[in-house]
Design a binder for this molecule. Structure first.
Ligand code: SAH
Length: 300
């Protein structure tokens, strides 16, 4: 892992320098552990001549800086990924190819959604015991009676939001944090609310570990949204409500979209896309019939 660069070295012996860029998030993921190796002529070669030694040091610093820039740009281009982003890539490709296109389903064509689904390591959001199911065509249990949604539903809901970079989006039902990570791949302005404390804490930790530091998490009842950060361009509800919560409608920008499953817990629900025009008039479209865990008003 990491770029290797060589200085045109003369007969002088080489020293091997390892540079560890500081831990942190760039282009949505952590570069922790990313190593850059530099082969540089020994600095001692210019001992007798202070100026020559100085130029060697300057040259080494310059090369290090170039290597950092090179390595980061490659990582940003997705050419060189670190674990867990580099793991199970083939399974993610297959998931996108076989589950998100065709088969009588609405085809997912939004490039930003497809790229996010290819990139986010879904398995990292799933408890160890269930990880083998991470890329299956279905929901997976995440504990506390909750599930991470089927990949196709995640993609369908995200595509329906018509999200673009710079837009502000609110998610109700953080669960594992996977949907929030998908949103964060598209825009840095992601707010998410979870009502079950252990899930909230785990998701917060997972998102941080993977470098999704821009996602703003909160523990609480998402029925009320987050008025202090609204209005939002998009609101996605990943648990089924009996009706569209009025506070969420209030917090939606004119022209914005709410994607929400509506219906009771023991029946087939309708996945709705609700829009609000400049005059506050709402239009609702059914995207699919679905089954979601219920939106509850206090933690079980
Ligand atoms: N989006 C999640 C999956 C969500 S499962 C993911 O990507 O993994 C639905 C989640 O909604 C559960 O975690 C559940 O605890 C949460 N939830 C239910 N009612 C809620 C409410 N009133 N406010 C916030 N979260 C709620």
């Amino acid at each position: 892992m990491g770029a290797t660069a060589g200085l045109p070295s003369s007969s002088a012996p080489s020293v091997r320098t390892e540079v560890y860029p500081s831990t942190g998030s760039r282009c949505g993921h952590s570069l922790r552990g990313n190593r850059i190796f530099v082969l540089a002529p020994a600095v001692t070669a210019g001992k007798e001549n202070g100026i020559a030694a100085g130029s060697w040091i300057a040259a080494v610093i310059l090369v290090l800086a170039c290597c950092c820039a090179f390595d980061l740009s490659r990582a940003c281009a997705g050419e060189e990924e670190i674990a867990p982003f580099s793991e199970r890539v083939a399974q993610r490709r297959e998931m996108v190819e076989t589950q998100l296109k065709g088969w009588g389903r609405t085809t997912i064509t939004d490039r930003s959604v497809l790229d996010a689904m290819l990139r986010v390591p879904r398995h990292a959001f799933i408890p160890e015991a269930q990880r083998r199911l991470a890329y299956e065509d279905g929901p997976v249990p995440i504990g506390y009676g909750q599930t991470i949604s089927q990949p196709y539903i995640v993609a369908l809901m995200t595509q329906a939001l018509e999200l673009r970079s710079g837009m502000k989006v609110l998610e109700i039902g953080t669960g594992s944090g996977y949907q929030a990570a998908i949103l964060a791949e598209i825009t840095p302005h992601v707010y998410t609310i979870e009502i079950i404390r252990p899930l909230f804490e785990k998701a917060e930790q997972t998102l941080k570990t993977l470098g999704y530091n821009t996602v703003k998490t909160r523990l609480g009842d998402g029925y009320y949204g987050r008025a202090e950060f609204g209005p939002f361009d998009g609101i996605i509800v990943t648990c089924a409500a009996l009706h569209v919560p009025p506070p969420l409608l209030d917090q939606l920008k004119p022209g914005g979209r709410i994607v929400i499953p509506v219906g009771g817990p023991f029946e087939t629900q309708r996945l709705l896309m609700v829009t609000k025009d400049e005059g506050g008039r709402r239009t609702s479209t059914t995207l699919s019939l679905v089954r979601f865990v219920p939106l509850v008003r206090s933690a079980p």
